[in-house]
Design a protein around this ligand. Structure first.
Ligand SMILES: NC(=O)c1ccc[n+]([C@@H]2O[C@H](COP(=O)([O-])OP(=O)(O)OC[C@H]3O[C@@H](n4cnc5c(N)ncnc54)[C@H](OP(=O)(O)O)[C@@H]3O)[C@@H](O)[C@H]2O)c1
Length: 271
């Protein structure tokens, strides 16, 4: 059955690949992001229906306008909301400014909550719908330099678990998609060399080299998009989709170990 799906962060990376895949499968896609020109070229390139929607998840008026745009063609609201918009602020916690941290939570957490809140009333009225929240492997395990970004994704995990419990009796599914390193232009939210604390130089180099090594094994955004298609088309979707699945063993192992043993293993593997 063809569904109507709004994808946030559809102007690049995972969101773009998801919009293209869903449209090609016959679903109606509302592709949302701030860069309208990118959404317009996405719509032109897509096989199927892609409707560009300019949206800044941090702006209440912009969210309200997105709801009105959807209602013009879908007065009953959308079937699926994919909360994918986000970026990753990386760096040792002490080196990040309060403004940088606030902005990161504003986009990745509050933005997701506010967009969800805007589209839920129509889903509640219909007693059906699915909310898909894009978290990360870094919302299930923490390594050097990922405290703040990971913090936003742990928050997305907790919010999703709560929403799933709160919305179950209203026929609304809540699903987490947790990608590992994915080959996109994911913004790091920082300018090169912005740390000013020499004590962290070694830790930062270690984190940068770790990310570089992991990025060599990165999956394609299309691989995540394929999982999104499975979720959208599932009669009864699961609660968590790790992409790729191979991270499940590592996460289970790190959680089973005592914290200090887990810390040693992480530091050894990052060096
Ligand atoms: N790449 C990875 O390794 C990886 C791994 C795990 C999880 N993830 C998660 O996957 C999601 C997508 O990331 P990506 O890797 O595909 O990165 P990306 O290519 O940089 O895409 C991020 C998207 O988010 C949008 N966005 C950012 N701020 C926004 C705002 N305030 N309002 C509306 N849209 C906004 C951007 O569009 P505009 O700039 O046009 O608004 C862009 O379309 C993120 O939530 C990220 O945390 C990524």
């Amino acid at each position: 059955m063809s569904k109507s799906v709004l994808v946030t962060g559809a102007s690049s990376g995972i969101g773009r690949a998801t919009a293209l895949r869903l449209a090609a499968r016959g679903h109606t896609v509302f592709a949302a992001a701030r860069r309208l020109e990118r959404l317009e070229s996405l719509a032109a390139e897509a096989t199927g229906t892609v409707i560009p929607v300019q949206l800044d998840v941090r702006d209440a008026d912009s969210i309200a306008q997105a709801v009105r745009t959807v209602e013009q063609t879908h007065p009953q609201g959308i079937d699926v909301l994919v909360n994918n918009a986000g970026y990753s602020l990386l760096g040792p916690v002490e080196t990040l400014s309060a403004d940088e941290i606030r902005d990161q939570f504003d986009t990745n957490v509050l933005g997701l909550v506010e967009v969800t809140r805007a589209f839920l009333p129509a889903m509640r009225a219909r007693r059906s719908g699915t909310v898909v929240n894009v978290s990360s492997v870094l919302g299930r395990m923490t390594v050097v330099g990922t405290g703040v970004y990971g913090g936003t994704k742990y928050a997305v995990e907790a919010l999703s678990d709560a929403l799933r419990l709160e919305l179950a009796h209203l026929g609304i599914d809540v699903v987490l998609v947790e990608p590992g390193f994915t080959d996109t232009d994911l913004d790091t939210g920082r300018s090169e060399g912005s740390s000013t604390i020499p004590d962290y130089a070694e830790v930062e180099t270690m984190a940068a080299e770790y990310v570089e090594r992991e990025m060599k094994k990165a999956i394609s955004p299309e691989r995540v998009a394929d999982v999104m298609v499975r979720v959208v088309e599932a009669r009864s979707p699961g609660t968590r989709y790790l992409v790729p699945r191979r991270f499940a063993g590592l996460i289970a192992l790190l959680n089973a170990l005592p914290d200090k043993a887990s810390d040693r293993a992480k530091l050894r593997s990052m060096r």
